[in-house]
Design a binder for this molecule. Sequence first.
Ligand SMILES: [Zn+2]
Length: 126
Amino acid sequence: MRTNPIPTLTPRQIERFWSSLDTTTHPGGCWFRRGTTNLAAYAKAFGHGAHCIAYTLAHGPIPEGHIIDHRCRNKACRNPAHLEAITKHQNSSRYWCIYYTGEAHPSQFPLTETERQSARRSPRTP
Ligand SMILES: [Zn+2]
């Protein structure tokens, strides 16, 4: 899937983006959006999730052929420390690692007890 490059943001947009995130209340260190922001809609219009903007602002452009994975497995998280650019193959490997071993891939955060129980109870089909 080819998406448009992430647009260059103004310093004011960047400041608003970071200040729209709740960076203090999640025990796992995840950063979630506080309410709706215009920037989230803006990002979507360009074919990106806000996590892609967070990644790009913190780490630089997303390498060609890569997607942004949440190492914490919280899809709404925008903490750049939890985001990693990986290939679709790597993403698939991480999924199957949990499916077959019942544990997270070593590059991901360990499964929570709830996730572990859920993985055991109802393995998803591909
Ligand atoms: Zn996170």
